[in-house]
Design a protein around this ligand. Structure first.
Ligand code: SF4
Ligand code: SF4
Length: 423
């Protein structure tokens, strides 16, 4: 990353403090070193050689959720993601990251079969851990991910199950599907729904089996070498197919591939970014669909990376309101507190941030909460289960699949709800 470019962004910050009013981490901690303004001051001091990388500084940087709220609302238009990426890269170069993390990022994530085997092992370990909660959420083995509740990990991944493209006689379009790790290993039902909807609309879905992780865990730890290996692999896989578009149902994968791959792979990647769509944007732009409206009240949660990173808010709402009765919650764009590595390292912050979200969901009175990112599905389902709140959490594409299938006309019974999120 160009230091000149980063310094230019640092200089743009007027120190106005507006980011303090919207940063989810600052709102919970009140700590100036955990908000954009404070982190920019630290970055300036680093670049001027006034301070050095240390464990304390690393904590201030890692505790940024990279939700991009500050960047999207900053009156001085500071590109905060460039600054935080430079700091993360600096941490990796000056202090390194744990050897196990390095090994996973560089040697396991790029090897799909090896990664599948590791997940299978974790899945068996997960079944040995006692303490199942409602909604089929259960602990991952503690040594792997701390106190994180997730649904059962799959035994057969989406890539294994959908490796063969279902050929359509005269398809309207041929579309690639970037699956992403959470959907591949935790939420295959989201992939099933996406393929189902597109096939019903006469769109052929190609799911290349050698696609790998988008690289966000590597980006979050500043290991751009690992991120580049993964980006290059995905580039080869998708460029080898003749595709009219590429869709994904994960906002974080989409932002990583559209924005970060340009930084990692350069401008030659731009034509591919222009072909990439969030599934709801793709459906609204290229298709016409007629779901059967169900008499269920559903509220919608804006994933940070979709709203603040990609400025997409309307298309998922259009889908929800065509399928059911959309009822806005208070602050639908308030962060749910989820988010990969942040929600593992800073579990307490993550839960505190999430309490506001689940309160809004509860107060909306909705029977379901829909969203556009599997990471948010995971977090909101976890929060709901911890409060014993009977609200089904699902992805917008699952809702559409159910209603195009002429599926359930109202909220499933509680017995049915407990199956949500299971394989
Ligand atoms: S990052 Fe933007 S909002 Fe925050 S203090 Fe700087 S100029 Fe103000
Ligand atoms: S990206 Fe999000 S968590 Fe990080 S400083 Fe900005 S608002 Fe706060």
């Amino acid at each position: 990353m160009e230091v000149v470019e980063v310094k230019k962004e640092i200089a743009k910050c007027a120190r106005c403090g507006k980011c303090r009013s919207i940063c989810p981490v600052f709102i919970e901690t009140g700590d100036e070193t955990r908000v954009a303004r404070g982190r920019i001051t630290l970055a300036e001091a680093i670049f001027q050689g006034e301070i050095f990388y240390s464990k304390e500084l690393r904590d201030y940087i890692y505790s940024c959720k990279k939700c991009l709220r500050c960047q999207a609302t900053c009156p001085s238009e500071v590109n905060f993601s460039l600054i935080i990426d430079a700091l993360l890269e600096g941490i990796d170069k000056n202090m390194g990251i744990p050897l196990m993390a390095r090994f996973i990022l560089r040697y396991i994530l790029p090897r799909r079969r090896l990664f599948d085997m590791v997940i299978r092992l974790i899945s068996w370990g997960q079944r040995l851990v006692p303490g199942q909660r409602k909604g089929n959420l259960r602990h991952l083995p503690l040594f792997f991910m701390g106190k994180r509740w997730v649904p059962h990990l799959v035994q057969h991944t989406v890539l294994e199950r959908f490796g063969q493209t279902k050929r359509l006689p005269n398809p309207k379009m041929r579309v690639g599907f970037f699956v992403g790790c959470l959907i591949n290993y935790v939420y295959p039902n989201i992939a099933e729904a996406l393929v189902d909807v597109l096939n019903k609309l006469n769109i052929e879905v190609v799911i290349p089996t050698s696609q790998v992780c988008c690289g966000i865990p590597a980006r979050s730890l500043g290991d751009n070498t690992a991120a580049r290996i993964l980006a290059e692999k995905n580039r080869q896989v998708f460029e080898a197919e003749k595709l009219d578009a590429i869709v994904t149902a994960c906002s974080t994968c989409l932002l990583t591939i559209k924005r970060d791959y340009l930084r990692l792979l350069g401008e030659s990647w731009r034509p591919m970014t222009e072909k990439m769509y969030d599934i709801s944007v793709f459906l609204e732009k290229f298709t016409q669909y007629q779901p059967e409206h169900i008499d269920t009240t559903i509220t919608y949660h804006d994933p940070c990376h979709l709203k603040w990173g990609l400025n997409t808010t309307e298309e998922p709402r259009t889908i929800v309101s065509r399928c059911a009765n959309l009822k806005e919650m208070e602050y639908p764009d308030r962060c749910c507190g989820g988010g990969g590595i942040f929600s593992i390292i800073y579990r307490d912050f993550s839960l505190k941030i999430g309490q506001h979200k689940i309160k809004s969901v509860e107060e909306s009175g909705a029977q379901m909460v829909a969203t556009s990112c599997p990471g948010c599905v995971l977090q909101i389902a976890d929060l709901a289960a911890s409060k014993d709140l009977h609200v089904e959490t699902l992805h917008v594409i699952e809702l559409l699949s159910r209603t195009l299938n002429h599926g359930p006309k109202s909220l499933p019974a509680e017995g049915e709800l407990s199956k949500v999120g299971s394989q």
